[in-house]
Design a protein around this ligand. Structure first.
Ligand code: C2O
Ligand code: CU
Length: 611
C-alpha cells in the first residue's frame, strides 16, 4: 500500500465559503491517496484533506450584550468539513485560547483509532494553550451529515461546526441530486461566560445555567432584542431542490424545527440515509444531525425557518429558554413583498410530547440491497441501564455536602487524571475500574410518580464496561423519575452507530417488549432520545476496538456524571486491534475532577485538583 504524505510546501490554500455561515476558512489541499491502485476498483480511492483549526477568543454581541468566547477560526458556527465517504481528514488544532480544549468528531466511527476521538480524560488530555495537536479523522461507512465540537467543559457552545460527507466519487445519493445545499446549525447562546458559571455550579452542587437564547447559524433572529439586522438569510431559486444539513449543537434541550409554508422530506440521520419521511417539522436532540430535502415551490417571498425548545420536563416547570430562534428563507427574483416572513404554524409548542414521540417513531433505515442493515441477532451481552437524576455526597473544605448529580445504573462518572485510553493502553492501574454494572443496583418502579427519596443517592466512580471484540450487544436504557425529574436523555455512543430496535413507555418488560422489536429496518444512529419515563433498546456489534465514551448529550447531565465508557478489546489480529498511538499525544498535567479511591459514596472526595 502506498500512501503519499503531504509536505507543507505542496499544499495550496483555497478559500471556500461555508454553507451556513458568513466567514471564510481555509481548506488545505486535497491529496489523493493511492490505495493499491492496481488491485482495488477505482471507487476505493479515498482522498486526504487538511484543515487548520485555530482556537481563539472572538468578540460577539448578541441580545444587546457583548462578550468574548472561544471559537474556531473566529467563526460561529465554525468551519464546515466537507469530504467524500471513506476519506481521511487531518485537522491541526492550535490552541490560542487560555484553557485546555479537545475536539470530538461526533458520529465519525474512527475505526481502530480512539486516539483521535477527542473526549477529554477519556481518550486524551487537553490541548493546552500555546500547543497544538493533529487529529486523524478516519471516515468509513458514514454518509450524510455529522458534526464536530469541543469535548471539554461547556466549550462546545462556541466550538462546533458541521461535517458534510458526500457519496463516494462516482456514486450518487439514493435520491435525486439536489441543486443546492444549506448548512443549518442550531445552537445555544449564553450572555455570560458559561464555563465559569458551570464550574461554580458544579463546585457548589447547584443547578447549571440556562441559555438566554437559541441560535440558528450563530444568530437568534428577528424575535430577539438587538438581533433583527443580523438574522441569518438563505436565498433560494424558485423551482429548485435543496438539501438542508441540519445539526443540533444545542447544549441542553431537544428542539423542534420547521419552515414556514414548506413541508420537507427527511432523508438522512446521523450520517446514514433513512426511508424518506415527509413531514412539516422535526424534533432534533443535541448531537443529532439530519439531511432534509426541501423544494422551493411556494410563492416568491420570505419564510421563517424556526426552532424552539421541546421541553419534556414537566408542565409545571416553566423556567426554560422560550426563545423562538429564526432564520429567513428568501426567494430570489423581482417581487414586491412587504409582508413579514411567514412563520411555520406547524412548529409544535414547547411541551408537545405527542408530536415529538410521533416524529421519532417514524424513522426507518433504508434497509435495501444497496444500503443493507446488519442487526445483531445473537446477543452475547445484555445490559439494562437506568438513567437517573440524583445526588452525590462530596467533601468540600472538610464538610460533607450533597450536590446534584446524574447517573447510569446509579454510578456517577468521575474523570480520571490521566485519560482512560492511555491508562488502558499502557496497562496503568489506579485510573479506572472495570466494574460498571450490567443491571441497576436496586429494582423499583422506576417510572412511578412518587419514587422514594431512598433512591436518590448515587455513587461516584470511574467504572468502565469491558467488551470482547465482536460481541453482539443489546442495551435497554430505562428512564427513571427519581427526584421527580424525568426527562428525555439523548444518549450518544462514540466510535459506533447502533440500531434502535425498540422504545416504549413505562418500565421495560423483558418478556413482552422484545416481541415488538424492529429487526427489519431499525434506524442506525449515534444518538437516540431515551423518552421521558420510558425505555429504548439498542443493538450493535462491538467491532471497533478502543475506548469509547457513552453519555447523555445534555451537557448538564454529562457534567453531572450520566456517562460511562466501553473498552472494546482487540480481536487478536493487527486488523482487529487498536492502531499504534500517534507519535504525540497531549500530555496530562492535572485533572479538573480527581477521583479519590473509595468504595463508599459518603467518603468519596470531590476535588478540584488543588489538593
Ligand atoms: Cu457529541 Cu461525546 O459527544
Ligand atoms: Cu440526560
Amino acid at each position: 500500500m502506498l500512501i503519499i504524505a503531504a509536505s507543507a510546501a505542496n499544499r495550496k490554500h483555497r478559500p471556500m465559503r461555508m454553507g451556513g455561515g458568513s466567514s471564510l476558512f481555509l481548506e488545505s489541499a486535497v491529496l489523493v491517496v493511492l490505495l493499491g491502485c492496481c488491485i482495488l476498483p477505482p471507487s476505493a480511492r479515498a482522498a486526504v484533506h487538511y484543515y487548520d483549526f485555530v482556537l481563539k477568543e472572538t468578540n460577539f454581541t448578541r441580545l444587546c450584550s457583548s462578550k468574548s468566547m472561544l471559537t474556531v477560526n473566529d467563526s460561529l458556527p465554525g468551519p464546515v468539513i466537507r469530504v467524500h465517504k471513506g476519506d481521511t481528514v487531518y485537522v491541526n488544532v492550535y490552541n490560542h485560547g487560555s484553557y485546555g480544549v479537545t475536539i470530538h468528531w461526533h458520529g465519525v466511527k474512527q475505526p481502530r483509532n480512539p486516539w483521535s476521538d477527542g473526549p477529554e480524560y477519556v481518550t486524551q488530555c487537553p490541548i493546552e494553550p500555546g500547543s497544538n495537536f493533529t487529529y486523524e479523522v478516519i471516515f468509513s461507512k458514514e454518509e450524510g451529515t455529522l458534526w464536530w465540537h469541543a469535548h471539554s467543559d461547556w466549550t462546545r457552545a462556541g466550538v462546533n461546526g458541521a461535517i458534510v460527507v458526500y457519496p463516494k466519487e462516482g456514486t450518487t445519493y439514493p435520491f435525486e441530486e439536489p441543486d443546492g445545499e444549506e448548512v443549518v446549525v442550531l445552537g445555544s447562546w449564553y450572555k455570560g461566560d458559561v464555563n465559569e458559571e458551570v464550574e461554580e455550579d458544579l463546585e457548589s452542587g447547584s443547578d447549571t445555567p440556562r441559555s438566554d437564547a437559541y441560535i440558528i447559524n450563530g444568530q437568534p433572529g428577528d424575535f430577539c432584542e438587538c438581533s433583527k439586522d443580523f438574522t441569518h438569510r438563505w436565498s433560494v431559486d424558485y423551482g429548485k431542490k435543496y438539501i438542508i444539513r441540519l445539526v443540533s449543537a444545542v447544549m441542553n434541550a431537544e428542539m423542534f424545527f420547521a419552515i414556514g409554508g414548506h413541508n420537507f422530506t427527511v432523508v438522512g440521520m446521523d450520517g446514514a440515509y433513512i426511508k424518506p419521511l415527509v413531514t412539516s417539522f422535526v424534533m432534533i436532540a443535541p448531537g443529532q444531525t439530519m439531511d432534509i430535502l426541501v423544494t422551493a415551490n411556494q410563492s416568491l417571498g420570505q419564510y421563517y425557518m424556526a426552532t424552539r425548545q421541546y421541553d419534556s420536563v414537566k408542565p409545571d416547570v416553566t423556567d426554560y429558554d422560550k426563545v423562538n430562534a429564526t432564520a429567513i428563507l428568501q426567494y430570489t427574483g423581482n417581487y414586491t413583498d412587504t409582508s413579514a416572513p411567514l412563520f411555520p404554524d406547524t412548529l409544535p409548542i414547547y411541551y408537545d410530547y405527542k408530536s415529538a414521540i410521533n416524529f421519532m417513531s417514524h424513522i426507518r433505515s433504508l434497509a435495501n440491497e444497496e444500503y443493507p442493515v446488519d442487526v445483531p441477532r445473537n446477543i452475547t451481552t445484555f445490559m439494562y441501564i437506568t438513567a437517573s437524576m440524583g445526588e452525590v455526597e462530596f467533601v468540600k473544605n472538610s464538610t460533607t455536602k450533597t450536590g446534584l448529580a446524574s447517573s447510569l445504573n446509579n454510578v456517577s462518572w468521575v474523570n480520571p487524571s490521566t485519560d482512560v485510553l492511555m491508562a488502558y493502553y499502557r496497562n496503568l492501574s489506579g485510573y479506572f475500574t472495570t466494574d460498571f454494572p450490567d443491571w441497576p443496583g436496586k429494582f423499583f418502579n422506576f417510572t412511578a410518580d412518587d419514587v422514594s427519596d431512598d433512591y436518590e443517592l448515587a455513587v461516584q466512580g470511574t467504572r468502565v464496561k469491558m467488551l470482547n471484540y465482536n460481541e453482539e450487544v443489546e442495551i435497554v436504557f430505562q428512564g427513571t423519575n427519581v427526584m421527580d425529574a424525568s426527562e428525555d436523555h439523548p444518549m450518544h455512543l462514540h466510535g459506533y452507530a447502533f440500531y434502535v430496535v425498540g422504545a416504549g413507555y413505562g418500565n421495560f418488560d423483558n418478556e413482552t417488549d422484545p416481541k415488538s422489536y424492529n429487526l427489519v429496518d431499525p434506524p442506525e444512529v449515534n444518538t437516540v432520545s431515551l423518552p421521558k419515563k420510558g425505555w429504548v433498546a439498542i443493538r450493535f456489534r462491538a467491532s471497533n476496538p478502543g475506548v469509547w465514551l457513552w453519555h447523555c448529550h445534555l451537557d448538564r447531565h454529562y457534567s453531572w456524571g450520566m456517562t460511562t465508557v466501553f473498552i472494546v478489546k482487540n480481536g487478536g489480529t493487527p486488523e482487529t486491534s487498536i492502531k499504534e498511538p500517534p507519535p504525540y499525544m497531549p500530555p496530562c498535567k492535572d485533572s479538573s475532577l480527581q477521583l479519590r479511591k473509595s468504595d463508599a459514596a459518603s467518603s468519596v472526595e470531590w476535588n478540584k485538583g488543588d489538593v
